[in-house]
Design a protein around this ligand. Structure first.
Ligand code: FES
Length: 268
């Protein structure tokens, strides 16, 4: 039988993402749950495992409600102390907190600087000729939104994929990301696939098909901008081309995907 949520007074959201697991989150959860079971707190305290909380550098993490208390660098010893603090005293253990509501800043000893795309650089590229080029992000958290946006702002956008004729993005009727690794672009007659999710390291076929490099470029010869997708071995898997420098979808790319990076074509 599931928990009666109406009786639950505290909820602990334990991160069970990859970094937290590596840092020992499972032991932390087991310790907390054992304490709750043995102290007759099971029915009034809820524990939930979550995916990544977005604070991997502070792993293992958990969030406690009511309130908004974020804990960092947990261990089995610390979690018992924290559980007792919240349940018996309604009081957080301040020294272990990453953040609580009302703080202006989070407190982390392991803060990492945000990763930003590098400025566009000149390159005499084998495929594109003289161009300005930079790398964007290639995780599915960037690529899926990118393709959805292209579906919405398809004017002047063309997709190139080996073994296909150029496909105006207007012909793409839907973008579906429901399979484990594969993004599907559906036209009236075709399903064009790209592998965009993290794939198993030992599956070479998937590794070769996965987009691991995403490059944004301005090509001097054509005066066009575009996006080139490559696998991790440097093989081109596809390209998107924009018809003009002020193309709406390209502007989105520089604003969102490239975090307001400036493209100065006078450098060429
Ligand atoms: S895996 Fe736990 S915060 Fe990212």
């Amino acid at each position: 039988m599931g928990k009666n949520i109406a009786k639950s007074k505290h909820t602990f959201f334990f991160c069970d993402g990859g970094s937290c697991q590596k840092a020992g989150s499972e032991q932390v959860v087991r310790t907390a749950r054992a304490y709750l079971r043995n102290n007759d707190l099971w029915n009034t305290t809820h524990t939930i495992k979550t995916r990544c909380n977005g604070r991997c550098e502070d792993a293992p993490t958990c969030i406690v409600h009511p309130g908004e208390f974020w804990y960092k660098e947990l261990s089995p010893e610390k979690i018992t102390h924290i559980v007792k603090g919240h349940i018996y005293n309604d009081c957080p253990i301040e020294t272990e907190l990453l953040y609580k509501e009302g703080w202006k800043e989070q407190v982390s000893s392991k803060e990492k600087a945000p990763i930003k795309p590098k400025p566009f650089e000149f390159k005499a590229d084998e495929e594109l000729g003289d161009c300005l080029i930079t790398r964007g992000f290639s995780s599915d958290q960037y690529l899926y939104p990118l393709f959805l946006l292209l579906l919405e702002k398809s004017e002047g956008v063309t997709l190139y994929k080996p073994n296909y004729n150029p496909i105006p993005f207007k012909e793409i009727k839907d973008v579906v990301y429901s399979k484990a690794y594969t993004l599907e672009l559906l036209t009236n007659t075709d399903c064009i696939e790209f592998i965009i999710a993290a794939v198993p390291i030992d599956d070479m076929a998937l590794q070769k098909s996965k987009i691991s490099i995403t490059e944004y470029y301005y090509q001097k010869e054509t005066n066009k901008t575009g996006i080139r997708f490559k696998n991790k071995f440097g093989k081109t898997l596809g390209k998107i081309e924009f018809n003009a420098l002020d193309n709406k979808a390209w502007k989105y790319c520089t604003k969102i995907q490239l975090q307001n990076l400036t493209l100065d074509v006078s450098q060429l």
